[in-house]
Write a protein that binds this ligand. Structure first.
Ligand code: HEM
Length: 150
């Protein structure tokens, strides 16, 4: 008896016709986002949607070609920080939930994206910009007249 191959997450989700609306909406949300939207001002939305779809489909186990550039070289020039990476993850999570993506597929998708963090940002999870070597971020300078009696 031959074993029936397990369905990929891509197949479980419903294939291209189920995934494409999610990746399209995800890209649309990223482009419109207050925090990270500015990164995409020179990008072509339709190309980006297609590349995100292909890349995500492969991440979910589909045997389709990814025609985009390597992730590390695409993102190197942007100097993306940990908070911006986290924001994109949050947008992906919300998009999945709004489209009713099954939790186990959503979580595997997010885990796959997170495994690529080092290709996109040098900052580890949950970190903001590094502080300067020493001293407070803002020096406290007393006001000339702070209302108190001399
Ligand atoms: C693991 C996380 C990420 C993955 C897997 C990913 C994936 C991709 C892919 C597949 C492309 C298309 C590449 C191409 O057109 O050849 C792309 C482009 C782009 N990504 Fe990401 N990305 C990630 C994180 C981020 C983050 C956090 C930001 C910004 C906050 C970002 C900003 C951009 C921009 C601006 C482009 C367009 C670049 C261009 O057209 O020159 N990406 N990304």
């Amino acid at each position: 008896m031959t074993a029936v191959p397990e369905k990929t997450l891509f197949e479980q989700m419903g294939g291209a016709s189920a995934l494409r609306p999610v990746t399209d909406d995800f890209v649309t949300r990223c482009l419109a986002d207050t925090m990270i939207g500015f990164f995409f001002r020179d990008a072509d939305p339709e190309t980006l949607k297609l590349m995100e779809y292909q890349f995500s489909a492969r991440g979910l186990g589909a045997e389709i070609a990814y025609a985009g550039r390597p992730v590390a070289s695409v993102h190197a020039r942007f100097k993306i920080n940990g908070g911006q990476f986290a924001r994109r993850m949050q947008i992906l999570r919300e998009t999945c939930d709004d489209h009713g993506v099954a939790p186990h597929i959503r979580d595997a998708w997010l885990a796959h994206q997170d495994s690529l963090r080092q290709l996109v940002t040098p900052q580890p999870a949950g970190e903001c910009m590094p502080r300067r070597a020493s001293g407070p971020l803002v020096e406290h300078v007393p006001a000339a007249d702070d209302g108190k009696a001399p």
